[in-house]
Design a protein around this ligand. Structure first.
Ligand code: 13P
Length: 328
């Protein structure tokens, strides 16, 4: 039987993940997504190349100076580095907390044009195994589109997030609660703000109903920004509107917020984060939990060749350091 970490311990882990000066590296792409990203760089996709790429990321020298946690997929969580260590224990050895993505992806939500995230069946049993193998935290991503969100789709996804978060805490695992409003599209800032508000209100209603300990979660939202195909606004404006939405929807007891990059460039994502952290006296710490904004350069530099590993690691480290600087 799993021995659950006391609530105090989970709050401490949530604070460690999101404290100033470090953030979370999202390296948990599904097998299908990771394979597509490898193939886009002309790297043949296999369990071995996916492992080699994640090993390159995790073993980047000095990564722990700017990275507090790494989110792994189920495949990587069960793999070993070339020195024989399992990924979760290698991460801990390196001073980085290992996390695990536990949702199983999205399917259409009948009766709507929206999506719903699945993965609740058997979740407790899976979390027990992940905890026994060293997972400190988990992630579940709900996906919302500005064009298709409804109050019903927000509630259904929020309910799943709340059930997931409750089961995580019972198993001594800090839940990353990720309601992502997609950045793809030509919607404007106002539409993104309204959609993010709807999603976050639903999420915190359901977390409350489920009696989830809000001091022991990490919220992973999108930046509130115009769609990627819409006219840009300044980073200061993105930060101001993002903060307005979060201040109205996220209780102050939540220790940390770790943003996803969502297809924004590394430079834009860092600018948004820097401007957010320039706002005085925010109730939560705000950091990054970026995927693409951190790893894209490393993947392109690596190209699947051992000769490029050092340069790829330098590219990753540069992006992680820049993101970490934006939290100060
Ligand atoms: P991006 O930063 O690439 O959006 O990925 C973060 C993530 O974990 C999405 O679930």
């Amino acid at each position: 039987m799993t021995v659950t970490a006391p609530a105090r311990e989970l709050s401490k882990i949530a604070r460690r993940l999101t404290g100033e000066g470090r953030g979370i590296l999202a390296a948990d792409e599904s097998i299908a997504t990771m394979s597509k990203r490898l193939e886009a760089e002309a790297i043949p996709a296999s369990a071995t190349t996916r492992r080699d790429y994640r090993q390159l990321l995790l073993t980047t020298p000095n990564l722990a100076d700017s990275v507090s946690g790494i989110i792994l997929s189920d495949e990587t969580f069960g793999q070993t580095l070339s020195d024989g260590r399992a990924f979760p224990s290698a991460a801990r050895d390196l001073g980085i907390l290992p996390g695990i993505k536990v949702d199983t992806g999205v399917v259409p939500l009948p009766g709507t044009d929206a999506l719903v995230t699945e993965g609740l069946d058997g979740l407790g049993e899976r979390l027990g195994r992940y905890a026994a193998n060293g997972a400190a935290f988990a992630k579940w991503r709900a996906v919302f589109d500005v064009e298709t969100i409804t109050t019903y789709s927000a509630r259904v996804n929020a309910q799943a997030l709340a059930r997931y978060a409750g089961v995580c805490q019972r198993h001594g695992i800090v839940p990353i609660v990720e309601p992502e409003v997609l950045a793809v599209g030509s919607h404007d800032l106002v539409a993104c703000a309204a959609t993010t508000r709807l999603a976050l209100n639903a999420v915190f209603d359901e977390l409350g109903e489920a009696d989830v300990d809000l001091s022991a979660i990490v919220l992973k939202p999108n930046f509130v920004a115009p769609g990627l195909d819409c006219q840009r606004v300044s980073a200061r404006t993105v930060a101001t509107v993002t903060y307005d939405v979060l201040r109205d929807t996220v209780p102050a007891v939540v220790p940390g917020i770790a943003f996803l990059s969502g297809g924004h460039t590394s430079a834009d994502s860092n600018d948004f984060l820097r401007e957010l952290n320039a706002i005085d006296e925010t109730p939560w710490s705000m950091t990054f939990s970026f995927g693409r904004a951190l790893v894209n350069d490393a993947l392109a530099t690596w190209s699947g060749s051992a000769a490029n590993v050092t340069r790829a690691q330098q590219a990753l480290l540069t992006n992680c350091r820049r993101a970490a600087e934006a939290t100060r």
